[in-house]
Design a protein around this ligand. Structure first.
Ligand SMILES: [Zn+2]
Length: 544
């Protein structure tokens, strides 16, 4: 970089405006159906968010449940601001006489985010109080939290619906908080039904009265536009975006901060105008972070998620693949590695030679285009896909197939035989139970090993028995875990074959998929399990 370029980029940096990110995965995201964070989960997710570089981490609602109360019972130091959520004082009470508010003020947090009604209809019907008393409640609560030395935010619930019904009152709620010294007034699309052009217009109106660098947006995804709504608010002047990792949240979720962060960092329109707390380095770990959250929730990652989905940069057809190899920009809107993702060319029965070559290159096997073994591999992929294998969904099985074609997979062990037994019987308590047991006989070098395991079902029993004792290789597979198991019956009827797809992970956070196909579901599962174990041994550098 020359001297003048350096000073140019410094000038650009200072010209950019700061945009703040507020994460509510641990509060609003915890409302998701089926999500139940433990205290340990919360601590870990807060740490992940802080490392990512979000400015505010909303940890929960102290006083609402024991987990959240415990989370705020002690100081949890972080770079960003740990935020506690709660209600403004109850109508008809003083701030010091409201136990909920007192608990919130005592929480070990840097900031307090109050939620208050800003729709006159809700004030009357849900709160059963007067418009004036609701305004007084906002004023008193902001004042009490400021007196405690906390930074204050006010979430204006149902702001957009409220604004449409009674703009003067919705604005009055926002204004009273701002005038009392709240750092942020956050406009919430609580029902998630507002459209981007409406958000842009209404936020624009608010920013005439309250400076945009004190205005935030909290969008829900009920019309699948929460991310677009967040950007509409920013265009209209708002400078704080609230959202959750992977768009977690009740109903259809909150604005997805993963997509928002990637867009803010990678789209010139935003990247040139705004600075956020997320570094390029943290951005490059966005995919593992997103997947780590899924893992904590025991969910399979969304393969089609923008930026971080496994399919986000996957291309199937042969003609596209040959173009993408020549010039990736032709088919990719951003470079996948910026967010920690990978370009993927799907190997499938439609695939041309260029897909296979590109996929070989990705796994580190560069061969001349006219190498006869490439044609042999392509034929084999086609033959196998014709009987049901699906290599585009099983990257690890494809890699094993390719490396075997080139004689690069070490011979680790043999399974001499296995036996899986399912028994239904009456147990000692007189209950009818089904028990699965597997016996596996392995040969590792000159060692003969027999393992027996009981499992939740025949496949689980077989998996447990296979991985119970691999002799000298055992230490290489201790971190191996199966994270997903899917079965599909192909071509129905008596000729049906079963395809099993297994997803595995290990201590490094890597994910890989393997496939097995057979008329017998146990045999199909066995193939996929074996591929997963052999792949893990190979990638861990286990000696042959
Ligand atoms: Zn919400």
């Amino acid at each position: 970089m020359t001297k003048s370029e350096k000073s140019n980029s410094a000038a650009e940096t200072s010209a950019r405006e700061r945009l703040y990110l507020f994460d509510t995965t641990l509060r609003d995201g915890a409302q998701t159906n089926g999500v139940d964070f433990t205290l340990a989960d919360k601590i870990e997710i807060a740490r992940m968010l802080d490392e990512l570089g979000v400015d505010y981490v909303e940890g929960g609602y102290p006083g609402a449940n024991p987990t959240d109360t415990n989370f705020f019972a002690e100081r949890r130091p972080m770079r960003g601001r740990l935020t506690a959520f709660g209600m403004t004082r109850r109508p008809g009470r003083s701030a010091s006489n409201d136990p909920g508010l007192v608990a919130l003020l005592d929480a070990e947090a840097d900031a307090i985010c109050f939620v208050a009604k800003s729709w006159d209809y809700h004030v009357r019907v849900a709160l059963e109080t007067t418009e004036e008393e609701n305004l007084a409640s906002i004023r008193d609560s902001v004042r009490a939290a400021k007196a405690k030395g906390r930074e204050v935010l006010l979430d204006c619930e149902h702001f957009f619906d409220g604004y449409k019904a009674n703009p003067a009152y919705a604005l009055a709620c926002a204004k009273v908080a701002h005038e009392e010294g709240a750092r942020w007034v956050v406009l919430c699309d609580t029902n998630g039904g507002t459209l981007p052009h409406e958000i842009e217009r209404i936020v624009g109106e608010v920013c005439k009265l309250i400076p945009g660098d004190c205005v935030g947006i909290h969008a829900h995804n009920d019309t699948e536009q929460a991310v677009a709504n967040s950007f509409a608010a920013v265009r209209a002047g708002a400078r704080q975006i609230q959202g959750t990792l992977n768009g977690l949240g009740e109903r259809c979720g909150n604005a997805n901060l993963v997509s928002i962060i990637a867009t803010l960092k990678l789209k010139p329109e935003y990247a040139a105008r705004f600075d956020i707390g997320v570094s390029d380095e943290a951005l490059s770990r966005l995919l593992p972070l997103s997947h780590r959250l899924d893992e904590l929730l025991n969910r399979a990652p969304d393969r089609h998620a923008p930026y971080v989905g496994e399919s986000a940069f996957a291309t199937k057809a042969g003609i596209h693949a040959s173009a993408i190899v020549k010039e990736p920009k032709t088919y990719e809107h951003v470079a996948p590695e910026r967010v920690g993702n990978k370009r993927k060319l799907l190997v499938s029965d439609q695939a041309g030679r260029s897909n296979v070559l590109a996929e070989l290159e990705r796994i580190g096997l560069s061969l001349p285009k006219d190498d006869a073994r490439v044609a042999r591999l392509l034929d084999e992929v086609k033959e196998r896909e014709a009987i049901g294998y699906a290599y585009e969904a099983a990257d690890a099985s494809f890699e094993l197939l390719a490396r075997r074609t080139f004689g690069q997979v070490p011979h680790y062990f043999d399974v001499e035989r296995f036996d899986v037994n399912v028994e239904q019987r009456i147990n000692a308590k007189g209950e009818r139970v089904t028990v699965s047991q597997a016996v596996v006989k392995l040969k590792v070098g000159s060692e003969e090993l027999i393992s027996v395991a009981e499992g939740m079902g025949p496949v689980n029993a077989l998996d447990l028995a296979l991985r119970k004792d691999l002799g000298k290789y055992q230490s290489f597979i201790t971190g191996l875990e199966l994270t997903d198991y899917r079965v599909r019956i192909l071509n129905g009827g008596t000729q049906a074959v079963t395809r099993v797809l297994i997803e595995s992970t290990d201590e490094t956070g890597d994910h890989w998929r393997t496939v097995g196909v057979s008329a017998n579901i146990i045999d199909a599962s066995f193939q996929a399990l074996m591929d997963s174990i052999v792949y893990k041994l190979m990638k861990s550098g286990a000696p042959a």
